[in-house]
Structures are given as structure tokens and as C-alpha cells.
Design a protein around this ligand. Structure first.
Ligand code: PHE
Length: 346
């Protein structure tokens, strides 16, 4: 009977018993389900009387099952809360923590040093057009750096019908900043650059920081002082010796490449000291020069009024020298063991 079913439900002492009762009454073969099936065989008058009764019974049994389930679950939870305790004084389990990538760290160090010298940070796109990357920097069509084997070109041209490429250096940011801000200027532009090159000392993507100063009466002495001051601060050594060598870049005239002196201590290369006075040697770290008059003109400035110097430093190389890493490719492998050894805490 209905009463009997309801009292058995009310007495069910655990969820398993309750589930067994649900099957017994409401399951496919359940007793109430059986009653519902008999309705079809009754004549209409009887069905009018019996129908609501059986449906009412089904509903009350189903409600009772639900209510009992809630009661049992609440009781189980209360029992757990009463028996378990949480010790809030226990140390939390250690969550894995990332580190700052050495390249990011070194970029920050560089930006900070130049900020002290009054340089702000400028940026430009990594997908460049050949006008900003080459033409405006006085690199003619025939320049070898424009060749396919050095530069990643895109198959399509842009809206101005310029060839698109992955910038091969940060120097296009010189032109973009001069065009956007005019003169005077004092900026650095750190970022990713791309060349079709890959071995132990070259990766197809690497990092440079560009520097550009445009002002009146700027000369090579300002460039040399700036580079020396930067390198001393970066390597945290006063005995940094810089050697400037005449070089050639289409966008600077005159152009100089800078080598930094290292000495051998117990057979290891240590940055600093004068290699011409003992054991050691020179390592090339950057290209630079006085901004070519043609580049100043391309930027819409009068080269008789404005001069400047520019430099491009290889960030990856500098990071390796400062932190004693020996394989450039490790920077980009994403090996967590290497990163946690060389990475910096945030
Ligand atoms: N863009 C040059 C390079 O990638 C470096 C450079 C920058 C030289 C600025 C002179 C002035 O090799």
C-alpha cells in the first residue's frame, strides 16, 4: 500500500537502501510502474477514478524518495564535518612557479640602463615591409642582405605594393620613430628579428636592441661614451675595454663595429680587462655609426641641422656572455630544466 511504501522510505537508513526502494517502486519493473500499466486495460469510467489515485501515489513516493535522499546526504555531510578537521596552520603545498626568461631579464636590464641615460623605449612591427627594413635605410635593391637566402619573405605584397618580410634587424624602428616623432630623439628599440640562418651560434629568430639618438652637434665621441657607459653598467665592471673598428652599414656613415675585450682566467673567458696587455681577445658585440645623411633625409629631416648616431646590439650574445651560457639554441628550446637553472625569479 501507499502508506507502507512511504514508511519504508522514511525508515531507509542509507542511500543504497533508498536506491533499492526507488527501483522496487518506480523502476521499469517496479510495483507502481506496474500499476500504471494496468490503467490502459480499465474501462473509461474506472480509469477516471483509478488514474488520479495511481498518479498521485507515484508522485508522493517520488517526493518522499527525494526528501529522504536530501536528509541522508545532509546527515552524511554533517557527520564528515564533525569528524574531520582542517589544520590551517599547515604549510600549503608548493605550487610550481615560472621564472623570467633570461632574454626578457636581459632586455629589462638593458632598458633600465638606457632609461638612466634618458632613452625611452620604441617599438615596431616584426612583420615589416621592404621600404622600412631596407630601402629607407639606404640598402639598394642589389644589397646582398635583401637576398632570399637571408630574409624570410611573405608570398603577398601589402596594400602599398611593398614586399612583406620578417624584419631582419631592429633598424626599421629608427625610421618609424623618426617619421612619427621627428627630432630630437633618444630611443632604444628591443625586439625579435629573423634571418634564414641556423647553427650553434645562429638561430632563425634572435633578439637585438636598436639605439638611436638624433640631435644637434652629435658626434662619434657621444656614441663611444654611450656604448662604454652602457657596457660597464651591463657587465657591472669598470674595466670594460671597447675596441671600435671601421666597418660598413648602408645606413650609417662612418660605421663602426665594437668589440669587447675579454681575458683568460683559468682558461675561461671573462669579460673585462685589456686583451692587448695579456692573454685574452676581442668579441664582437654590436654594429653602429653616425646616421647616414640619406637616412635623415628619408625621415624628412634636414641633415645639415640634425645628426645622430645609431647602434644595434645582439641581445642573445650579450646574455650568453654575462650569464655564462654556451649554446644559443638553449634559449629557444623551452627546456624547463634549463630555464629553471638559468631563469630569474619574478
Ligand atoms: N642593423 C645592423 C645589423 O643588424 C646593426 C646596426 C644598427 C648597425 C644600427 C649600425 C647602426 O647588423
Amino acid at each position: 500500500t501507499g502508506q507502507e511504501a512511504l514508511s519504508r522510505i522514511a525508515e531507509a537508513s542509507d542511500l543504497d537502501t533508498l536506491e533499492a526502494l526507488r527501483v522496487e517502486f518506480l523502476g521499469k519493473q517496479g510495483s507502481i510502474s506496474g500499476l500504471l500499466k494496468t490503467l490502459g486495460k480499465l474501462d473509461p469510467e474506472e480509469r477516471k477514478v483509478e488514474g488520479p489515485k495511481i498518479h498521485g501515489l507515484r508522485e508522493s513516493v517520488s517526493d518522499a524518495l527525494g526528501a529522504r535522499r536530501d536528509a541522508l546526504e545532509t546527515a552524511a555531510l554533517n557527520a564528515r564535518l564533525a569528524s574531520e578537521t582542517i589544520d590551517l596552520s599547515l604549510p600549503a603545498p608548493e605550487a610550481p612557479r615560472g621564472t623570467v626568461h633570461p632574454i626578457s631579464q636581459v632586455m629589462d636590464e638593458i632598458a633600465e640602463i638606457f632609461a638612466d641615460l634618458g632613452f625611452s623605449v620604441a617599438t615596431g612591427p616584426e612583420i615589416e615591409d621592404d621600404w622600412h627594413n631596407f630601402t629607407a635605410l639606404n640598402m639598394p635593391e642589389s644589397h646582398p642582405a635583401r637576398a632570399m637566402h637571408d630574409t624570410f619573405y611573405f608570398p603577398d605584397r601589402d596594400a602599398k605594393n611593398r614586399e612583406m618580410l620578417l624584419r631582419t634587424h631592429t633598424s626599421p624602428v629608427q625610421m618609424r620613430t623618426m617619421l612619427a616623432q621627428g627630432a630630437p630623439l633618444r630611443i632604444i628599440a628591443p625586439g625579435r628579428v629573423y634571418r634564414s640562418d641556423s647553427d650553434a651560434t645562429h638561430t632563425p629568430m634572435f633578439h637585438q636592441v636598436e639605439g638611436l639618438v638624433i640631435d644637434k652637434d652629435v658626434h662619434l665621441g657621444h656614441l663611444k661614451w654611450t656604448l662604454e657607459t652602457f657596457l660597464k653598467a651591463f657587465f657591472e665592471r669598470e674595466d670594460i675595454v671597447l675596441r671600435l673598428r671601421p666597418s660598413y652599414f648602408p645606413f650609417t656613415e662612418p660605421s663602426v663595429e665594437a668589440d669587447i675585450g675579454f681575458t683568460l682566467i683559468d682558461g675561461k673567458r671573462v669579460i673585462g680587462g685589456d686583451p692587448s696587455k695579456g692573454e685574452g681577445g676581442w668579441m664582437e658585440v654590436l654594429g653602429s655609426g653616425m646616421v647616414n645623411r640619406r637616412v635623415i633625409e628619408f625621415a624628412g629631416l634636414d641633415p645639415d641641422e640634425w645628426q645622430g648616431f645609431a647602434f644595434g646590439i645582439g641581445i642573445d650574445r650579450l646574455a650568453m656572455l654575462k650569464y655564462g651560457m654556451d649554446d644559443l639554441r638553449a634559449f629557444f628550446d623551452g627546456d624547463v630544466r634549463w630555464l629553471s637553472h638559468y631563469g630569474f625569479s619574478a
